[in-house]
Ligand binder design. Structure first.
Ligand SMILES: Nc1nc2c(ncn2[C@@H]2O[C@H](COP(=O)(O)OP(=O)(O)O)[C@@H](O)[C@H]2O)c(=O)[nH]1
Ligand SMILES: [Mg+2]
Length: 259
């Protein structure tokens, strides 16, 4: 670990700032922040020596139904790290409400990597730290205070990640203090997972993307599972959440500037 790069998988909803946080961490403009992409983007910066290899992973899509492709994208990212992922950076955007879509993204990560993924692997990375600074000038609260002050589902999520939460202002150079904080959180994750011999794995689908005589059969069985009973239950739940989503959209357009 000391000599090798930290393998960081960046996930989150499109537009939340994954590419920008990737750039901030690598201290270089390498990701494309102008477009969202279906493909994994892998980068590291050997010049500045800050020790990260970063993959922007597009396994979280806003679509109601999860697809086999989402699992494959996640699996491919992990293989790109030669099956040693150190941390998942789950990107959220400061200044927007914790909407159904955000919850949906959280659930999707659990579906792909397992129920304990947040506790075991995630550091939450907030983008739009510049907006936070503006709010701070008005109310004087620092970021930790803001995190503790949140309630409901987002507070539950914060607890689940044991308050491993880092704020990024991607419009400015990465602060030394931010980098240090991030690395401290990552090291705690890495040490615990090494002690417990844990490896990040894609649920159910691990072997299905491997080429081989059984691959087709396994793919079929996965599709069966996705379309089968267990999945139907999820889908009907999702349908409800879509209804909520549209209700929410309506109310969001009515109220502006909510945090
Ligand atoms: N003001 C501000 N804009 C940001 C910040 N982080 C990302 N953005 C902008 O948010 C948009 C989406 O960011 P991007 O990194 O492409 O998100 P992605 O789709 O998750 O990869 C881009 O226009 C970024 O310039 C930030 O910290 N502050
Ligand atoms: Mg991007």
């Amino acid at each position: 670990m000391a000599q090798s790069l930290i393998n960081a998988l960046i996930v989150g909803r499109s537009g939340n700032g994954k590419s920008s946080i990737g750039d901030s961490i690598l201290k270089a403009k390498v990701f494309d922040t102008s477009a969202s992409s279906e493909e994994n983007k892998s980068h590291f910066n050997s010049d500045n020596g800050n020790g990260f290899k970063v993959i922007e992973c597009s396994c979280i899509q806003d679509e109601e139904d999860i697809s086999e492709h989402d699992f494959e994208v996640a699996g491919e990212a992990i293989r790109n790290f030669e099956n040693r992922t150190d941390v998942i950076l789950f990107v959220m955007k400061y200044g927007i409400r914790y909407t159904q879509q955000e919850k949906h993204a959280v659930e999707r990560l659990r579906t792909i990597f397992g129920d304990t993924v947040f506790r075991d692997w995630v550091v939450i990375c907030f983008s739009y730290g510049d907006n936070f600074e503006k709010d701070k000038q008005e109310n004087g609260n620092d970021f930790k205070t803001w995190c503790w002050a949140q309630s409901g589902a987002v507070q539950t999520l914060f607890k689940e990640v044991e308050y491993r939460i880092v704020l990024f202002n991607n419009t400015a150079e990465l602060l030394e203090s931010t980098e240090k904080e991030l690395k401290t959180f990552i090291h705690s994750i890495v040490h615990r997972n090494q002690d417990q011999h844990k490896e990040l794995k894609v649920q159910n689908l691990e072997k299905t993307t491997r080429k081989g005589p059984t691959a087709t059969k396994k793919k079929k069985s996965l599709l069966g599972r996705l379309k089968g009973k267990r999945y139907e239950r999820k889908t009907s739940k999702n349908k409800k959440s879509t209804e909520n989503k549209s209700k929410e959209k309506k109310s969001a357009t009515k109220s502006s500037g909510n945090k």
